[in-house]
Design a protein around this ligand. Structure first.
Ligand code: AMP
Ligand code: TRP
Length: 329
């Protein structure tokens, strides 16, 4: 038995993707595709848990496929597909809602609590239920490993709990997946505030570097980023959380160690370091955007068509087993 382990991950098209998505998730996936059987999904049913403009949602869904390809995910090695092309995802979510999920499980989810802080009246049931759909995404493919940023760890743990409960209450059916997070980069922080993660809805846009930002804007955002007291460039999360975050971005994009970065900027201060970082990010994004622009819509269609066909075969098999266990004919 030397079957490759299965990897599943996804990103929702609810906003433009940023450097946190790339460094925390996608760049890690690229490294995994040679060793594992990988499925990378654009999870568009997750996006509609909050209101989306339909035309923009359609466009973004395809743009994320282009971002996967431009990042180096090879559709010959990994399976790239849309959640909405494989209806088994939503069907399994309904079954798990009924058989294995308690209100009390979902009430514990911190992401839901954060997003519904301003009152539950305007929050959709879908947003509350979102981790069950995520569990279905993962469980349909007998996934072994789920590579994500650290904000998703709690959701993967819930997925394991639901799988265990189903296996216990019916019969062994689902494999229990493990979460995988990067040692560095699992949580890229906002450039404006090292206490907040870089995110699509970050305090204004200036703390967030979008993959499609124009390069002048990127340079300005980096030059305006907050730093810590003192002037020494060194990695120290407690004393220098802002500089450490910038160093992590530098480290991940260049491969240089923290020690080498520290030595390069020793005695030079934060200003020079930020200029250096801006050069690194602008070079990376310039090349990335050139690749992105070279990918055609026709290429995306082709990738998604074959992706959905392969994914469906696996998903159908799991769902058939689940329905059989539950007694749905
Ligand atoms: P989302 O944009 O919420 O669909 O997230 C897509 C992927 O990017 C997930 O694996 C997240 O954990 C990851 N991610 C999002 N924001 C960050 C961040 N600031 N740092 C690292 N990873 C992130
Ligand atoms: N919930 C994830 C996020 O917001 C996206 C996601 C949906 C996902 N389904 C998944 C990630 C399955 C990994 C596996 O980032």
């Amino acid at each position: 038995m030397n079957q490759k382990k299965i990897i599943f991950s996804g990103i929702k098209p609810s906003g433009d993707l940023h450097l946190g998505n790339y460094l925390g998730a996608i760049s890690q996936w690229v490294e995994l595709q040679d060793k594992y059987k990988c499925l990378f999904c654009v999870v568009n049913y997750h996006a509609i848990t909050v209101r989306q403009d339909p035309a923009i949602l359609k466009q973004r869904t395809k743009d994320i496929v282009k971002i996967y390809l431009a990042s180096g995910i090879n559709s010959q090695k990994a399976n790239i597909f849309l959640q909405s092309d494989v209806y088994e995802h939503t069907e399994l979510a309904w079954i798990l809602n009924c058989t294995s999920t308690r209100m009390s499980d979902l009430n514990l989810m911190t992401q839901y609590k954060d997003k519904s802080k301003n009152g539950e009246n305007n929050v959709s049931v879908g947003l509350f239920d979102y981790p069950v759909l995520m569990a279905s995404d993962i469980l349909l493919y007998n996934t072994d490993i789920v590579p994500v940023g650290d904000d998703q760890v709690q959701h993967v743990e819930l997925c394991r709990d639901l799988a265990k409960r189903f296996n216990h209450d019916y019969a062994p059916t689902f494999k229990l997946p493990e979460v995988m997070i990067r040692k560095q980069g699992a949580r890229i922080m906002s450039l404006n505030n090292p206490d907040n993660k870089m995110s699509k809805s970050d305090d204004g846009d200036s703390g967030c570097i979008y993959l499609n930002d124009d390069l002048d804007t990127v340079r300005k955002k980096i030059m305006k980023s907050v730093t810590d007291s003192g002037n020494e460039v060194k990695y120290d999360l407690l004393e220098k959380p802002a500089v450490s975050n910038l160093m992590t971005i530098y480290h991940l994009l260049t491969g240089e160690s923290y020690k080498d970065i520290k030595n390069t900027y020793s005695g030079k201060g934060y200003g020079d370091f930020k200029k250096g970082l801006a050069d690194v990010v602008v070079k990376f994004l310039g090349e990335f955007q050139a690749k992105l622009n070279s990918i055609s819509d026709a290429q995306v269609e082709k990738v998604l068509e074959s992706g959905a066909t392969c994914a469906k075969v696996l998903a159908e098999e799991t769902l058939k087993k689940v329905k059989e266990r539950v007694g749905i004919i």
